[in-house]
Ligand binder design. Sequence first.
Ligand code: V47
Ligand code: SF4
Length: 379
Amino acid sequence: MNHTAIDTIIKSSNINLRNIAAKIIEGVRITDADALWLYENGEISSLGVLANYVREKKNGQYTYFNRNFHIEPTNICVFACKFCAYSREYKKREDGWELDIEQMVNRVKEYDGKAITEVHIVGGVHPKMDVHFFAQLLKRIKDHRPDLHIKAFTSVELDYMFRKGKMSIKEGLQYLKENGLDSIPGGGAEIFDEKVRLEIAGDKCDSNRWLEIHETAHQFGIRSNATMLYGHIETYSHRVDHMRRLRDLQDRTQGFQTFIPLKFRNGDNDMSYVPEVNLIEDLKTYAIGRIYLDNFGHVKAYWPMIGRSTAQLTQSFGVDDLDGTIDDSTKIYSMAGSEEQVPVLSTDQLVDLIKDSGRIPIERDTLYNTVKVYDESLV
Ligand code: V47
Ligand code: SF4
């Protein structure tokens, strides 16, 4: 690893920056106050150097990706998050979509014979799709393709289906696991601060419940991801508070795989009046996430949302994983004004995008086992 850049920061005339850099080099966790200082005062090139130091210490020159596809069972939703451009009310369901099990299994069959390792299933919270419906869906997918890893349902969806099915979190997760659930995606976290959450996401699954579902999942050996929706009405302190709750949980379980900052996009939703943050703010958020979450193995950028050029750049600001490989068919972002209206990238294109950033692409499975290293020098 090239230490020259961080050595320069260690000699910086700014005592706060010097102290934070020293902690990072010594592997000492930074405090909430440090993270806040970096948000408020950290200049972008120093943040890049510090985040890249942590990134390379953890993941070297590797950038991971996996081959997955999405199924979105429905966009009908009982909730009305203000940032959401995707959901439709049940009473206006003719404007949305509702897939039945057969349609979703057929979607899986479209990938027969293709080297896909994961299906990511998330959608709106439909009042009529219950825990038994989803258990049956999982079972049908596993029966058809046992090797496919099923990453499914945000805590928001799980919370609703367990409550409706009168199941505890443990009972619900056990039931879904028996039917084929392998891991849980990171969505629905938004921002944990209760006041901001209430304002933007109403009465959906609260922060403690989101964390409790992930903690229980980890106790069952179900790994999960964690997102943070940033760049709307939250403050820097709210972002630090969000990450602190994740870091604390991770200390207890080690069950999170990756942290995924999600940039708020303001297209066609009830928060369209909130301007989107700029690139510097994006890079800052990735970098501070990488520095602060010292117990997370990976930081992921979801390229359809931020665009492929920014995704390339994030790899110098802590990111070691790019999601959204091939045929990315999710609508949650394209409906809110994502950078990539047709977010399709072939594996070869993604590999080139990573190589062009000077990193070594690694195809991984959901649990970060190596499927293939794309480095000619290792062949
Ligand atoms: O929870 C919704 C976000 C999330 C908007 O775990 C928006 O591997 C920005 O969580 N602007 C769902 N964000 C997507 C998600 C995800 C994506 C990729 C990978 C993984 C993973 C998880 O999308 C929601 C919400 O936070 N979202 N609307 C919007 N207007
Ligand atoms: Fe429903 Fe999820 Fe959209 Fe909120 S973000 S309205 S829970 S689909």
